[in-house]
Design a protein around this ligand. Structure first.
Ligand SMILES: Nc1ncnc2c1ncn2[C@@H]1O[C@H](COP(=O)(O)OP(=O)(O)O)[C@@H](O)[C@H]1O
Ligand SMILES: [Mg+2]
Length: 149
């Protein structure tokens, strides 16, 4: 593909809120692009829909928050139309999300190392990544010096 094409295009994205919410839509007609090597920050007050947009990009929206309009193109592929199997291929290989709240995103009864292993074993050829010489340092580089403690 052309190097000038955006990596991510969010076009006129609208995501509904459940009936009885304070408004009809979590986000309405949101558009932005992310180019290769570019960092894009979504800024807005709490509850304005930043996390919901990220969940939409990852295909992780709960059923009660459906995409009602718009498209999300990842390297030209409309992932709002992608089946679950395709989304699973894309996650952790072409797109990833670092969740805001470690207390809810991480499982307190598993070590960080096991949780990193689980993701990499699911999405890469590594079966036991934290034990592999090339993989273990990644967890220590991001301030987790003893991921299997
Ligand atoms: N699972 C959910 N069920 C119902 N409403 C939700 C859910 N998740 C988010 N919302 C609502 O969607 C809106 C956007 O939330 P969110 O994307 O978390 O905001 P931000 O990340 O910008 O703080 C808020 O009104 C929030 O209450
Ligand atoms: Mg948020």
């Amino acid at each position: 593909m052309n190097a000038d094409n955006p990596i991510l295009q969010v076009e006129d994205l609208s995501i509904a809120l459940p009936a009885g919410s304070d408004r009809a839509s979590a986000v309405r007609k949101v558009s932005f692009t992310v180019g290769r090597g570019e960092i894009v920050c979504l800024v807005g007050e709490s509850g304005s829909g930043k996390s919901v947009i990220a969940q939409g990009v990852m295909g992780l929206l709960p059923k009660q928050l459906p995409i009602t309009a718009g498209r999300i193109l990842l390297q030209g592929e409309d992932i709002t139309q992608a089946p679950l199997s395709r989304l699973r291929e894309l996650r952790a290989t072409r797109m990833s999300m670092i969740f805001q709240e470690p207390m809810t995103a991480l499982n307190p009864v598993m070590t960080c190392g096991d949780q990193i292993d689980e993701v990499l074993a699911e999405h890469t050829p590594c079966r036991r990544p934290s034990a592999a010489p090339g993989c273990a340092p990644s967890s220590t580089r991001c301030c987790c010096p003893t991921p299997n403690a």
